[in-house]
Design a binder for this molecule. Structure first.
Ligand code: B16
Ligand code: MG
Length: 219
């Protein structure tokens, strides 16, 4: 029987990717760079600074920028993002997620948040889900982001649980890789083209079912 579920935020609990996209688009415009939704796919699951580097790489003359200027731009993007996430309400919880969290909690299994976002606690609060989480990984303290397993191992270590007793839920390939490298059971949300390495895959959050996940975990 599993001891801990670790959930990714963006793309699993809610769709903050759209807000990250709008904020990056606004920042990119001020640099004379245009990004579209397809480009935004590359920014999912990766850190703020890594995302900025990918945008700067679109215009070679921007790559010579100092670290200080990069920090300023990353902060500016985050200011845009913080304004946008103020609109989030419980209506923005993805289908099936609250039911699943409730079931896990009722079964006395611990729940953690394993997000790369430093804004994760604010988003969870705006969604009204704070009470479900026994622990939230502080992204600011994680040295190596996904696909490194650290985001997930930090959560298990907090409780002192063996990694084999933990289940990670993710929508990004980098996240599934992180869960697998941690030696945990991985649940993917999305298509088999991107997430073929997931131990168990569902097409969208409405297909998540606690008993089914535990059955797969145990087999
Ligand atoms: P912040 P996740 C990730 O969230 C996002 O997918 C990614 O686009 C973002 O750059 C990253 O968080 C950092 O977010 O700028 O708010 O610290 O999928 O790990 O929940
Ligand atoms: Mg995600």
């Amino acid at each position: 029987y599993p001891k801990l579920f670790i959930f990714d935020l963006d793309g699993v609990i809610t769709d903050t990717a759209e807000y990250h996209y709008l904020a990056w688009k606004q920042l990119a415009q001020s640099l004379g760079v245009t990004i579209d939704r397809q480009f935004n796919e590359k920014l999912k699951g990766i850190s703020r600074m890594d995302s900025l580097e990918k945008i700067l790489a679109l215009k070679p003359e921007l790559l010579t920028m100092s670290m200080e200027e990069k920090q300023q731009l990353a902060t500016q993007k985050n200011e845009y993002y913080k304004t946008l996430i103020n609109q989030i309400t419980p209506k923005d919880i993805l289908p099936g997620i609250e039911k699943l969290l409730k079931e896990i909690q009722e079964n006395k299994i611990k729940i953690a948040l394993g997000s790369a976002s430093k804004n994760a606690p604010v988003v969870i609060d705006r969604l009204g889900l704070t009470n479900y989480f026994d622990y939230m990984v502080d992204a600011a303290k994680v040295k190596r982001g996904k696909p490194d397993p650290e985001t997930f191992t930090v959560a298990a270590d907090y409780f002192g649980f063996a990694y084999a007793d933990c289940i990670g839920v993710e929508d990004s390939a980098a996240g599934i890789e992180a869960i697998n490298r941690a030696g945990m059971f991985s649940v993917g949300i999305g298509d088999s083209e991107h997430l073929h390495e997931a131990d168990y895959l569902v097409s969208d959050t409405s297909q998540l079912n606690m008993d089914k996940i535990i059955e797969k975990f145990a087999s």
